[in-house]
Design a protein around this ligand. Sequence first.
Ligand code: SF4
Length: 443
Amino acid sequence: MRRIDELEAQFARHPTLPREAVLKADLLRTGICFDERALIHADDGEGASVREHQPKSYFIFSFDMVRQQQLDETQKWHAPEEIALTGGRWNLQRTIVSTRLNPSSPYRVAPRDGALWLHDGEEPLAEVGLHDLPPYYRAKLPDGRPVAEITPTIEWGYLLYLTVFRVCQYFGAHEECQFCDINNNYRQQIQEGRPYTGVKSVADILAALEAVDASGSESLAYTITGGSVTSTLQGKNEVEFYSQYVEAIESRFPGRWISKVVTQAWPVADVKRLKAAGAQIYHPNYEIWDAGLFPKICPGKDRYVGRDEWIRRIVDAAEVFGPAYVIPNFVAGIEMAQPHGYTEVEEAIRSTAEGLEFFMSKGITPRFTTWCPEPMTPLGDANPEGAPLEYHLRLLETYRDTLHAYRLAPPPGYGEPGPGKAVFSVSPFMDVLAPISADAAAV
Ligand code: SF4
């Protein structure tokens, strides 16, 4: 079946979802490929040159559906971080989508009539815009490393994504989360020769942020994150390690950006310490709600912390940060990953909805990323097709309706919600939300 036919059938089946969100969900679960002519253009006689767009930074995971070795050189080095879709067959409002490379995808970006277009096979779907290279992407640290590798920007310029520890101390099949390729991706990027700093020092981060700030960057938020630290790293425990970055940034650039931190769920004393360091938003990601699947999919987290304790800590963190500022992520679709997951969409949705009800009834607003079945993970390897589109669309409806039922605002730190406005690129959840009125928010 052509993707166009499947999409149009889904538009009819889910009339309350913006078409932008339906297409975005399918692109994120399926991936995109780029014609070489979309990324390289001939210059005025001096041979081929590269378009000055913002390239994919591999900001934490690979978020690709193939290994680096399976990519041609053009896509490997010049694929864009994100694309912006507009107009076309369905007259789309601007829709920002993270690039997940998949040479076998039916979705192909290629030139057409002097512009770039997304195609289903040969059929044009929507015009494609690429983000300009931010000026600071050309800057280097004194030791020659690119500033862009230390402080890449995603979400169409909104968010500085600061992965300060590029590996995870949960190691190997019995500890790593089964959907996560952080360790394998680190190895493959080093092997390919991409500049990729394993542990970014506080000095690296501050020096890079000086360049970002001096360039007049439009970024409004930053995220500090990285792999879990189960013992110590550079003599610091996990709380000490991650808090030091926030403390240093907030002391050098007080209030310049919204400060967000993604780590494990910590005991309340540690959460207080993070807040005191200057963090405004805390993301203790629970990954999957289902109590039976959590130990199978997150074996390290289950062994070191335990699922019930993890959830208790999220709830306790709301006392420290305020419920709206605790935003735990889950990975949408892994509930349906075989061999352990649900086989029926409605059963998977029922389980995930239970988690949403639990948190949202307490004023805590989870958010989700769309699962990318990366090949160097057990779940991606066993489920290269990911979860069905129907699952992702039912989740968008369920998420939106549960948020509205509890009269919660869209989570802070993600920019504006709604079609044509949302910039969160690894999930369409912000594309389906509308701002709620001040009256409703006050209830
Ligand atoms: S805790 Fe899990 S999801 Fe997070 S980096 Fe480690 S393996 Fe990946």
